[in-house]
Design a binder for this molecule. Structure first.
Ligand code: CP
Length: 309
């Protein structure tokens, strides 16, 4: 497979290979000499048409640790703002001899489109509300680290703005492939019943949604994607669904708290919980390096194998 576009494209076996590869890379992160020669001579272009801190930096660090040359291009600093098409941008990046492209874009389907018009491996770093596959992989990696490699029967509650969330969609696919039970929780406008068609439980009662969770994954309210007025305001959301100390007492004692970031402290999650011992939020960020090293390495290996044939 040359590209990583969405979790639904991956088999269970491919997920296991990614986790095993990430594990071997994670063991190298604490070493004094952190660089591995695996991608020496490979040029990786990070093309981000939406803001990012974690994903862009983690991909840059991952590529650097594998000795690749990495160049980051922000959408607003590229000729896209002058009207150049995404197709022409990609073909020019290829003509400049880049070997791989990592892209974040506001349009669902943009990464798939790119993978169809270029020979370079394309890694989706988030496309609209569709998919954020490396986030789901690092979330599952973190869950495996906390609960052991078999997530069968574990309960994960995803709480917040599910409707507009690519993180939620990718996590639903990933967790279900790994045998976990997924509950989606939040207000009915942001968590419509139609999600049950994906084989998950939809629950609008927060106490009930938290009661059996081994992990609760909070999501930010994405006001930038909400164009209609029937969604709750931030204040309304917080008063009904924000996770605070009182509501966290509804969780099992060993349940962990996750968040893909960026956190809006005091909105979907209170600060004292975000910084508490049951929060694994910064572990998720660190694991994002190892998981992205694995994805870069595996996609690049497939490319070189297919080129050699
Ligand atoms: N989790 C995530 O995608 O964060 P960034 O938007 O900072 O990359």
């Amino acid at each position: 497979r040359k590209d990583l576009i969405a979790i639904e494209d991956l088999s269970r076996e491919e997920l296991d290979i990614i986790f095993a590869t990430a594990e071997s890379f994670k063991s190298t992160l604490g070493r004094s000499v952190k660089k591995l020669p695996s991608l020496r001579g490979v040029t990786v272009v990070n093309l981000f048409m939406e803001p990012s801190t974690r994903t862009r930096l983690a991909f840059e660090i991952a590529a650097t640790r594998l000795s690749a040359d990495v160049i980051s291009v922000m959408g607003d600093a590229s000729s896209l703002v002058k009207g150049e098409t995404l197709r022409d941008t990609a073909l020019n990046i290829q003509a400049l001899s880049a070997d791989m492209i990592i892209m974040r874009h506001s349009a669902a389907g943009a990464a798939k489109y790119l993978s169809e018009i270029t020979d370079m491996p394309v890694i989706n770093a988030g496309d609209g509300a569709h998919a954020h596959p490396t986030q789901a992989l690092l979330d599952a990696y973190t869950l495996r680290e906390k609960f052991g490699p078999d997530l069968t029967g574990k309960h994960v509650t995803i709480l917040g703005d599910i409707l507009f969330s690519r993180v939620a969609r990718s996590n639903i696919w990933c967790l279900k492939k790994l045998g976990a039970h997924v509950t989606l929780a939040g207000p009915s406008t942001l968590v419509p019943r139609e999600f049950e068609n994906l084989g998950v439980r939809v629950c609008h009662d927060l106490k009930q949604a938290l009661a059996d969770a081994d992990a609760v994954m909070l999501l930010r309210i994405q006001h930038e994607r909400q164009t209609s007025t029937h969604f709750p305001s931030l204040g309304e959301y917080t008063s009904m669904f924000g996770l605070n100390k009182r509501r966290a007492a509804w969780l099992k004692p060993n349940a962990i708290i996750m968040h893909p970031g960026p956190i809006n402290r005091g909105v979907e999650l209170d600060s004292d919980l975000a910084d508490s011992s049951r929060s694994v939020i910064l572990d998720q960020v660190t694991n994002g390096i190892a998981v992205r090293m694995a994805v870069l390495y595996l996609c690049a290996s497939t490319k070189s194998l297919s080129t050699a044939q």
